[in-house]
Design a protein around this ligand. Structure first.
Ligand code: PMM
Length: 259
């Protein structure tokens, strides 16, 4: 899954793709580099970020979703707003990627249920402005698995069959350094929920904790490729990355080893 952030303030690529034509060109290029899905988002979820009005979010993402979907590309919409999800699905998005797992907007699960879109439910403990304050766990793995299982149950109860549900452990969302590694080590257990698994480590701070805070983007992208290969080995269905070629290369090498 290639990341297409149409935002002024995402933490590694904010402002680069705010112009719709530039965003569309970048989406095409991610697809040409081997991304099977394009994840279009109009609201930054970086730590400390403020919420964006759905109207502004939609102005950013809808023209991009519409063009890329009309070209036959698999587009997902990264949003916590039901109204944006509905509008993006109408514009051709096939997956709603909600990092809040349907918690941020009470209408979200119903909005997806009434469409034939898929939904990715992220593990989340509150908005970016407060997520680290809530990173308090006795057993991070058990709590993440339990809370995600509740979100899957809620989605099913709203009328979305498990075959249309993807789960995501929400790396960096309400989790500090080592808690992220504990959750990643437990990915096979997450797959045990019976849904496809999506993992997003791309360029995140817990990688810089390993590499050193001065690690530049190429080094973070290499680290992302390593974690993405390990996630695939642990059963992930998709990995969400900024730099598609590096992760594609790493996956090809890992597959050659196994073949
Ligand atoms: N991370 C970010 C945004 N959206 N969606 C999913 N499903 N999983 C993630 O881990 C995730 C996400 C934050 O990263 P960005 O600001 O670099 O896009």
């Amino acid at each position: 899954m290639g990341i297409l952030n149409v935002t002024p303030d995402s933490f590694s690529d904010g402002g680069r793709f705010l112009d719709p034509d530039v965003a569309i060109a970048h989406g095409r290029s991610l697809a040409a580099q081997g991304a099977d899905l394009l994840d279009v988002g109009g609201e930054s979820t970086r730590p400390g970020a403020d919420r964006v009005a759905p109207r502004i979010e939609q102005q950013r993402v809808l023209p991009v979703v519409e063009v890329l979907a009309s070209e036959g590309l698999f587009v997902s919409i990264d949003t916590m707003n039901a109204a944006t999800a509905r509008a993006a699905v109408a514009a051709g998005a096939r997956l709603v990627n909600d990092v809040s797992g349907g918690l941020a907007d009470a209408e979200m699960l119903a909005a997806v249920a009434e469409s034939d879109a898929e939904i990715a439910l992220g593990h989340w403990r509150g908005p970016s402005s407060e997520m680290y304050a809530r990173a308090d766990y006795d057993d991070v793995v058990a709590e993440v698995l339990g809370e995600l299982a509740e979100r899957v149950d809620a989605a099913e109860a709203a009328g979305i069959p498990r075959s249309r549900i993807v789960v995501d452990p929400g790396i960096g969302f309400g989790k500090r350094g080592d808690q992220n590694w504990q959750v990643l080590r437990a990915l096979p257990r997450l797959a045990g929920l019976g849904c496809r698994v999506l993992v997003g480590t791309s360029r995140k701070r817990f990688l810089a904790d390993v590499l050193g805070a001065d690690a530049d983007l190429p080094r973070r992208d290499l680290a992302t490729a390593v974690t993405s290969v390990l996630a695939e080995r642990a059963g992930a269905w998709a990995v969400r990355v900024h730099d598609v070629p590096t992760t594609r290369d790493a996956l090809a090498v890992a597959r050659a080893w196994e073949a």
